[in-house]
Design a protein around this ligand. Structure first.
Ligand SMILES: Cc1ncc(COP(=O)(O)O)c(C=O)c1O
Length: 400
């Protein structure tokens, strides 16, 4: 393993501005290779899809290579990679397509751990179909989402289980494989939100058992693009609303309007960048991604131990979540200061963090902090270093 954070940081022009970027859970910075892939695509000349001239062929090639890159990132099939503007839009689209075959009394299971983008589309679609929503609850003391509860939530009317692969505020990584396994055994589909999980370690959609896996490139060093990965056969069974002349094939059937081809070139570059995070990684791109993301995870987790330990040692700080498996994402409050005051203080120290619910609407409610401005989120990604952690701890200590 050869994870060299100094080398990784040098790839990101934005990191030179002197700020500690602990806001990656809301969107990462992009490396120079992504910026030049986007501008390079425009410089080379792009056309709309499926034309007779080379600029159009270049756009089609970007699209095809982008599907391959995303498939390599998550262990999926390129023919099942749906590309779109962001996870929320794609999830609403998939929810509408799936709900078209739900009947009154059919059931969906959502969780209190999830970002609202993997809750509300299902709640609203079920409501329109006359369906029933069942809730998987968290253990508020630990922030875990116990998998066993799904045995009693699932039934023969369950159509879909929506669950996150990691909480975007407290980092909890539920036992997704156990949950999707139970869902499949009950005849239900699973929709796994991988938006927060994907940047923090290797992903294998097959091992997760996810029928649908959603992720957003802007959380893993790419541009603002979302994607949902499923098996082509499953996509084939769904019939979203679409324009008559638009492609009937999958995955194109789920992709509305003209795609942002240059940004998709940026997604390819982002995946290639992730594959190279571990300079010693060798083999196919998929193999290099697995090795690099494992190295990045080890780096993040080492720093996170220090970050969380440092916060927990401060009398005036309360941290949320104690899950056994979690991403390097801290969520905390500081006595005597609102989360916005803490975030502003940190901004004055040139440290970027988020405050508020971060759209973890149900989870902040279940933790009992939704009405109090919630908490402060400081998250680590592969480009964060020791200095970022030390600066955060010193700045929070000033608020005692
Ligand atoms: C866990 C999680 N799910 C879903 C989303 C929504 O993603 P998008 O902005 O691509 O719609 C986010 C965004 O912060 C997220 O963190």
């Amino acid at each position: 393993m050869a994870f060299d954070v100094t080398r990784v940081r040098a790839a990101y022009p934005a990191l030179a501005d002197g700020y500690a970027y602990l806001d990656g859970a809301a969107g990462t910075q992009v490396p120079a290779s992504v910026i030049s892939a986007i501008s390079g695509a425009y410089e080379a000349g792009l056309g709309n899809s499926d034309g007779a001239f080379p600029a159009s062929a270049r756009s089609d090639a970007i699209m095809a290579r982008c599907r391959e890159a995303v498939a390599d990132l998550v262990g999926g099939d390129p023919a099942g990679v749906v590309l779109g503007p962001n996870m929320t839009t794609l999830t609403y689209r998939l929810a509408a397509a799936l709900a078209a075959r739900w009947r009154p009394g059919d059931e969906v299971i959502v969780s209190r751990l999830d970002h609202d983008a993997n809750v509300r589309p299902w709640v609203q679609a079920a409501g329109r179909a006359g369906g029933v929503v069942r809730w998987a609850e968290i253990d508020a003391a630990t922030g875990e989402l116990p998998a066993e509860q799904y045995a009693s939530l699932l039934g023969d009317r369950t159509k879909l289980v929506a669950v996150t692969a990691a909480s975007n505020i407290i980092g909890t990584r539920p036992d997704v494989a156990a949950i999707t396994g139970m869902a499949r055994a009950a005849g239900a589909l699973s929709y796994v939100d991988g938006v927060h999980a994907t940047p923090h370690g290797p992903v294998d959609v097959g091992a997760l058992g996810a029928d649908f896996y959603a992720t957003s490139a802007y959380k893993w060093s790419g541009p603002h693009i979302g994607t949902v990965i499923a098996s082509p056969a499953l996509l084939e069974s769904l019939h979203p609303d679409k324009l008559v002349p638009a492609p009937e094939e999958v995955p194109e059937r789920f992709e509305y309007g003209t795609p942002p081809f240059a940004d998709l070139a940026g997604v390819i570059a982002a995946v290639d960048h992730l594959a190279g995070l571990d300079a010693a990684a060798a083999g196919t791109r998929r193999e290099r991604i697995l090795a690099s993301m494992a190295a990045a995870e080890a780096h993040e987790q080492r720093l996170f131990g220090e970050l969380l330990g440092g916060l927990d040692a401060m009398q005036h700080v309360t941290t949320y979540g104690k899950a056994a498996r979690r991403t390097a994402t801290a969520y905390f409050t500081v006595a005597g200061h609102t989360p916005r005051q803490v975030a502003s203080h940190l901004a004055n120290r040139r440290i970027n963090v988020w405050d508020g619910d971060n759209y973890a609407w149900e989870l902040t409610g279940a933790l009992g902090i939704r009405d109090s401005g919630c908490a402060v989120r400081a998250g680590l990604v592969h480009y964060n270093d020791q200095t970022d952690v030390t600066r955060l701890l010193e700045a929070v200590a000033e608020l005692a």
